[in-house]
Design a protein around this ligand. Structure first.
Ligand SMILES: C[S@@+](CC[C@H](N)C(=O)[O-])C[C@H]1O[C@@H](n2cnc3c(N)ncnc32)[C@H](O)[C@@H]1O
Length: 228
């Protein structure tokens, strides 16, 4: 019998549906991924209704297995946290794990393309902090078209960021880190880069692998200062 590659996609059930926002945004947990934008009636999202409270909100791009997202929600319980992950098996896995374990309730995931989801669901200046951890496995120049954080996306992230907030970036690929840094530096009102320490944020899955292998990691952020 042919071996099934990767984790099996167990359907989401009652316990694992609350962490995933695809029904709200796209009409079904079965709809998501590439090329799909949120329904007009779903945006802008009423976050106080989603989380049941008014709290600062953060965004993680490319949550993968959700390790960072979950730990962030645990160490920052006073904030609400949204992760966007384009691959279904990872987004569903996050939903299953949070649902099954009774994971932090101040945390949600969207299975979708951050470039198509983020502009509608968050208003300008409403995201307290944005996290981009090890965004691109494609580091060669010929893959530049596939880059997650290009000039357009940097512009969007800059607009979404609230005064006093930061865009936090981690990468183990110096060329990618440099590209992202340059793209963010070009955005009006952002100040940086400022480096930060390993201990300042939870570790992501990829970060743990890099640390185990002794690979160097770049960590920097760009901040939107509070209005004077
Ligand atoms: C190299 S992995 C890093 C994962 C994780 N952040 C970490 O540090 O362990 C990049 C992740 O970004 C996701 N991703 C890539 N493009 C995306 C997009 N346009 N929107 C949302 N997620 C995306 C990938 O599916 C993958 O899970």
């Amino acid at each position: 019998m042919a071996r099934v590659k990767g984790p099996l996609l167990r359907p989401l059930d009652g316990d694992s549906e609350w962490p995933i926002l695809n029904t709200l945004l796209f009409g079904s947990v079965e709809r998501g991924g590439h090329h799909i934008v949120p329904r007009a009636e779903a945006v802008p999202v009423d976050w106080s209704s989603v989380f049941g409270r008014q709290a600062p909100r953060t965004l993680e791009i490319g949550s993968n297995r959700g390790r960072f997202l979950r730990d962030l929600a645990l160490v920052q319980p006073e904030r609400d946290h949204v992760g966007i992950e384009i691959r279904r098996r990872y987004a569903w896995r996050i939903a299953h794990e949070m649902g099954r374990d009774g994971g932090p309730r101040n945390c949600r995931v969207v299975w979708g393309d951050a470039k198509l989801v983020a502009p509608g669901v968050f208003g300008d200046g409403t995201v307290a902090d944005i996290y981009i951890n090890f965004p691109d496995p494609w580091w060669k120049a010929k893959h530049a078209k596939r880059r997650l954080v290009d000039d357009d996306f940097s512009g969007l992230l800059g607009r979404l960021l609230a005064p006093g907030g930061s865009i936090w970036v981690k990468s183990d690929v110096p060329a990618i880190a440099e590209e992202i840094s340059q793209a963010l530096a070009a955005q009006p009102g952002l100040v940086g880069p400022t480096t930060f320490a390993e201990a300042d944020l939870p570790l992501s899955y990829r970060e743990r692998s890099c640390l185990a292998l002794g690979l160097p990691i770049e960590r920097f952020r760009y901040t939107r200062p509070m209005a004077p």
